[in-house]
Write a protein that binds this ligand. Structure first.
Ligand SMILES: Nc1ncnc2c1ncn2[C@@H]1O[C@H](COP(=O)(O)OP(=O)(O)OP(=O)(O)O)[C@@H](O)[C@H]1O
Ligand SMILES: [Mg+2]
Length: 323
C-alpha cells in the first residue's frame, strides 16, 4: 500500500486513498524512554523497541523527548512517530511504501541542488525496523522524499488561475521550521527557496510551558500546544492551569509569544515583499496570518490561508503523486 506522510517534528500527517477518496489522519509526537504498564486504562498502550532501545507513546509526560530541532528528521523518535501514526490511522498493519518530507533547507543545498546525502540519510533512518510489543506492526518497504512547503499549493495555483509572470510566496510554518519558496506562474519555475530552522510554533509552545510551570502545572509540549489552540476556551484553561490566579499571566504570555512569532516571521521574510501572492500552510498558519496580512498589506486580498493548513502539504502530495 502507498501512504503519503508529512512527518513533521511535532505532528505526523498521513494521507491515503480509500476507494478513490482521499483520507487523512494526524498523530502527535510525544514519546519517552522506557515502557508503560500494559492493560491498565482504556487507551491502547504503545510500547516500542528500536535497535534494542525501549520507548513508549506518552502524551502528557514532562519527560517527553524533545523533537523540535532539525536533527529530529534523522532520529529514533522520527521512526517511532511514523510507525505510531500508521498504527493510529486505522489502516491494518501491513507492508507499506511511504512518501515522506524534509524541510526545504535540508532537501536542497544552499545552491538549490537536491541534497542527496540528506535525502539518503532520511531514507536509511526510516527503513530501520520497529517492533511493537505484543501487537503486529507495519513494515516499511520503500521510502521516497519530497520537500516541504512548495508542493502544498500545486493545485491551488491552478484553481487561482495564477498568471505566468506572477510570483507566489509559499510560507510553511511548522513546529520547528519556517520553510518558504517562491513559485513563478503555475509552477513554471521556482525562483527562490529559503528555510529557517530557528523559527517555529515551538517558540510559543516554550513560552506557554514556562508560564505553565510558574502556575504549578509542569506538563508536556502536547498539552501546551492544546492550550495555545484553545486559549479562548475557559473550561479547558481551568483543566490544565492548576494555579488559577496565574491564568491571566499564562494567557498574556501566550498572546505576546504569538505576536513575537508573527513579527519574527515577517522580519525574516523582508526580502520577499515584492511577490504577487502569498500562501500560508502548516500548523502555525493561523497564528501568523494577522502579521503577514499587515506586512503585505498591498496584496492583502491575495493572501490565502490554505484549507486545513496543517494537512495541506500531505493532501497535495497525495493528489499530485496519484495522478
Ligand atoms: N489551529 C491551530 N492554532 C494554533 N496552533 C496550531 C493549530 N494547529 C496546529 N497548531 C500547532 O502547529 C504546530 C504543528 O504544525 P505542523 O504540523 O505544521 O508542524 P510540523 O510539520 O510538525 O513541524 P515542522 O514542519 O517544523 O517539522 C504544533 O505546535 C501545533 O500545536
Ligand atoms: Mg511540517
Amino acid at each position: 500500500m502507498k501512504i503519503f506522510c508529512d512527518d513533521g517534528s511535532t505532528n505526523v500527517k498521513l494521507a491515503w486513498f480509500e476507494k478513490g477518496n482521499i483520507t487523512t489522519s494526524l498523530s502527535t509526537n510525544s514519546f519517552r524512554k522506557g515502557w508503560k504498564v500494559e492493560g491498565l486504562g482504556s487507551n491502547q498502550t504503545y510500547n516500542y523497541e528500536l535497535e534494542g532501545q525501549k520507548f513508549t507513546f506518552d502524551e502528557v509526560s514532562n519527560e517527553a523527548i524533545e523533537t523540535t530541532h532539525i536533527e529530529y528528521q534523522y532520529s529514533d523518535v522520527n521512526v517511532l512517530a511514523v510507525h505510531h501514526a500508521l498504527l493510529k490511522s486505522g489502516i491494518p498493519p501491513q507492508e507499506v511504501s511511504l512518501t515522506v518530507t524534509l524541510p526545504i533547507s535540508e532537501f536542497y543545498t544552499p545552491d538549490c541542488q537536491k541534497n542527496e546525502l540528506a535525502i539518503q540519510r532520511k531514507i536509511d533512518n526510516l527503513m530501520r525496523p520497529v517492533r511493537l510489543n505484543k501487537h503486529e506492526g507495519f513494515v516499511i518497504t520503500g521510502v521516497e522524499v519530497m520537500p516541504e512547503s512548495l508542493p502544498a499549493v500545486f493545485s491551488q495555483l491552478v484553481e487561482d488561475e495564477v498568471g505566468a509572470l506572477e510570483k507566489s510566496l509559499v510560507i510553511d510554518l511548522g513546529g520547528t521550521t519556517l520553510d518558504v519558496g517562491v513559485i513563478v506562474g503555475q509552477f513554471d519555475d521556482v525562483s527562490a527557496i529559503y528555510g529557517n530552522s530557528a523559527i517555529g510554533v515551538s517558540m510559543v509552545t516554550q513560552a506557554a510551558l514556562t508560564a505553565l510551570k510558574m502556575a504549578s502545572s509542569d506538563t508536556s509540549a502536547f498539552v501546551a500546544d492544546e492550550l495555545i489552540k484553545r486559549r479562548e476556551d475557559d473550561a479547558f484553561i481551568r483543566q490544565v492551569v492548576n494555579d488559577e490566579s496565574k491564568i491571566p499571566l499564562v494567557l498574556s504570555t501566550i498572546n505576546s509569544a504569538i505576536e513575537k512569532l508573527g513579527a519574527e516571521v515577517v522580519d525574516d521574510l523582508a526580502g520577499f515583499r515584492n511577490v504577487n501572492r502569498v500562501y500560508l500552510v502548516g500548523g502555525g498558519a493561523s497564528l501568523i496570518e494577522p502579521a503577514v496580512k499587515q506586512a503585505w498589506h498591498n496584496i492583502s486580498h491575495k493572501i490565502h490561508v490554505m484549507d486545513t493548513p496543517q494537512l495541506a502539504l500531505v493532501k497535495s502530495i497525495a493528489k499530485f503523486k496519484e495522478e
